[in-house]
Every structure is written in C-alpha cells, then in structure tokens.
Ligand binder design. Structure first.
Ligand SMILES: Cc1ncc(COP(=O)(O)O)c(C=O)c1O
Length: 398
C-alpha cells in the first residue's frame, strides 16, 4: 500500500547528499527570509530555548505567554529555561490568541509573548505586539510551520523581536531536525550566537544520530516506503487508542541541544534551491482544493487573511462538530491518504504537561482541538486520492 505523507515535505534528491561546497545554509536562509544573517539551531525548540535564554538575560523577566493551542514542545522549551508558562486562549474559530485574554495575562514580569503561524497560516502579530509593548514584553514569532509564509511580501518572523522556523522532518525543508532563529536586532543576534555557543555545543553522538536519520529519511521518503516509517506506527497507535502517539505529540521533556552539523547544513542548502518553486506548486494545489472543499456543507478551510501569503503544508479544516470530525477520521485517519489531526489537545489537556501547564479554562483552544483535522497538501495526494477524501467528507455532511 502506498502512503501519502501528512504534510507537504520537499521531495529529497540523491544529489543533495554529496558533500560539495557551495552557498551555505545560513546564507541561503538569510536570503530567502530577507535578513542579513540567521542563527542556525539543532531544532525549532532549540531556537526557542536560545531566544528565551537571551531575552531573559537581557531583562530578567520570567513569564512567557503562549497560545493554549500549540506544539507541546513550546511549553517544554519554556520549562527547560526555568521560566513560568502562561497559556492564552484563542479567539473563537481563529488561530490567533484572544487579544483581551492576552492583555489580562501580560504584566511587568512578562518576558515574551509567542505568536504561532499555525499550519502555514499567517497570525496577527501586530495585535500581540500592541499588547506586549504596553508592558515592555518581547514578541517571538513561532514560524516553525511557516518557512516561506509572507505578509505583504515580507517573511513572517521579522515583525516581532525574534522569530524561528523548524527544519524538522515533515516540514517543507528538512535537516531531519533543525531550526532557524532570526532577529533584526543586531545586539540580540550577537547574544543569540553567544547563548548558542554556550548551551548548544557540538555533540558528536547527536550529530551522528541525526546524520543517519537524515540518510534514512532520504531512503524512505517516497510513497512506496513511507508506510513502513510513518504509516505502520500510526496505525498501531490508532489501534491502541493513543491519538497523542499517532500524531507524534508524545515528546520527551529532555530537549537535545547541540549544533546543526556541516553536512546536514550542506544537504539542506542544496535542497533550498528547489523550495520556492515547490511552495508555489503547493500553493496552487491548495487553493484549487480549498475551493472544492468549501462547497461541502459545514466545512471551513483556514485561508490567508488579507495581505498574507501563507504556505500550505496541509489544509486545515474545521468541522461543525467533534462527532462529525471523528466520523470522518474513523474512515480516513489510518487510510494512508494523508488525513490527520493537528495537535491533539489544548496544552492544559496533555496528561504529561499537567504539572507544568496547570488547569485553565481555554474553551476556544479546546474547540479548535476537537473540531479540526488536516488534509495533506503533498503532491503525492493525486486528484484520484483527493476525490476519495472528498467522497467521505460529503457522505459525512449528508
Ligand atoms: C508550532 C510549533 N512550534 C514549535 C515546534 C518545534 O519545532 P521543532 O520540532 O523543530 O523542535 C513545532 C514543531 O513541529 C511546531 O509545530
């Protein structure tokens, strides 16, 4: 059975693997994002740890506000830095935080507010900046899922004080695990480099492991083999009734911190040349398919807000009810068609985060978790397979 990847990853080429010299990853990333220089990191999470550590050294503040619906790694990064976490509910039916709730959560101890460009959609950074500035806090753009997304032609990640992108497996461009940290503030960038040198040194064992994983990825990232690496564990987790494991939300609280090795940088630097065209193709496919999906009764598909040009790793759908969403997932989640869920819970509802996050009333984040699903925007999901998904969605609507 062939398996569609749940997100649109840039297809790897064998030629990427040859150790040739050329323009480096940091330089390519800086050009693509439109900034003088970037700080590379071994993951998006590591980039966030570096940013938080640097900002904490600058201000001494200790509290970080994050959306109640985001990647659990964000909460783990805050805890790793010894900082206090506060979760902010989303606005109703939105990826953005509720501005009033955010204002209530921010005070003189707020170090930073994290704004998430979820699923490639461009979040309202301006609203968060307005609230954060009023209390002297910084804004960090979590663009882990949004490398290539722009607002008014300018990359996401540059409007706040700092921004980071993930190069983890499954993202458009990957070093198996990797991250890019940006800031326009030259002093802060120098501090990022200092902090990275201190907290994330070269570690041979980790780099060797990641190099082997990247090689393995090049080997199996194809429809005929992905079932082994992704589909089988997914279906096993679904059979065991463990959705958190099914989407890979079961993270360890130990965050690996090390450098992003030269060879992996070179692999990604070569692949970078194909990224703009790939994103363009994905965008055209997503727009076409979105038009088809929104004709189905009750289905909403998150789109770009005015002025935004997001990227499309997958289409994010919101269903009218959890029951209807779950009926669809029963047929499609394990079917190898790239239908999946985003993060399973709002942050307070992960059992393993309970002591760290605490109890909170976050009804909109919970509704988001309960009523959304994702459809891969991978080119492997051809029109025939997409039609099978549409058929199930239409049946559920009837
Ligand atoms: C919204 C968000 N933030 C942060 C991260 C962490 O990035 P990484 O997996 O590169 O550590 C992810 C990972 O998927 C994410 O989706």
């Amino acid at each position: 059975m062939t398996e569609v990847a749940p997100t649109a990853g840039l297809p790897p080429h064998c030629g990427d693997l040859w150790p040739r010299r050329g323009v480096g990853l940091a330089q390519r990333a800086a050009q693509f994002i439109g900034i003088d220089a970037v700080q590379l990191a071994c993951s998006g999470t590591a980039a966030l740890v570096i940013a938080l550590t640097a900002l904490h050294r600058r201000t001494g503040r200790r509290t970080v506000v994050v959306p109640a619906y985001t990647c659990p790694l964000v909460a783990l990064a805050v805890a790793h830095c010894g900082l206090h976490l506060r979760v902010c509910d989303l606005a109703a039916d939105s990826i953005d935080m509720d501005a009033q709730a955010l204002a209530r959560l921010c005070n003189h101890d707020t170090l930073a507010v994290a704004v998430t460009h979820l699923g490639g959609r461009v979040a309202d950074v301006g609203a968060a900046i307005a609230v954060a500035r009023a209390v002297g806090a910084h804004v960090i753009e979590d663009a882990a899922q949004a490398l290539g997304a722009r607002r008014d032609g300018r990359s996401v990640g540059l409007a706040g004080d700092a921004g980071f992108f993930s190069l983890a497996v499954g993202k458009g461009l990957t070093t198996f695990e990797g991250g890019i940290l940006v800031t326009q503030d030259h002093e802060l960038r120098a501090e990022f480099a200092r902090v990275a040198g201190e907290v994330a040194p070269f570690r041979f064992g980790w780099e060797l492991k990641r190099c082997l994983q990247l090689l393995g990825y090049h080997l199996v990232y194809r429809p005929a083999l992905l079932g082994l690496a992704y589909g089988m564990p997914l279906r096993r987790a679904l059979r065991a009734g463990n959705p958190v494991a099914a989407v890979g939300d079961d993270f360890s609280s130990t965050i690996p911190l090390h450098t992003l090795g030269r060879w992996r940088q070179a692999v990604a630097a070569r692949a970078f040349a194909r990224l703009p065209d790939f994103l363009e193709t994905c965008s055209a496919q997503a727009r076409r398919r979105r038009q088809r999906l929104i004709r189905i009764d009750g289905i909403e598909v998150f789109d770009d807000v005015e002025g935004a040009q997001g990227i499309w790793p997958f289409l994010m759908l919101r269903l009218p009810s959890e029951a209807r969403r779950d009926a669809i997932l029963r047929e499609l989640w394990g079917a190898g068609l790239g239908v999946s869920r985003l993060f399973i819970h709002a942050l307070p509802d992960y059992a393993y985060l309970r002591t760290l996050v605490g109890e909170h009333e976050v009804p909109n984040a919970r509704a988001f978790a309960a009523r959304t699903l994702s459809i891969s925007n991978s080119p492997w999901l051809d029109d025939g397979r997409f039609a099978r998904i549409v058929e199930v969605l239409e049946r559920a609507a009837a």
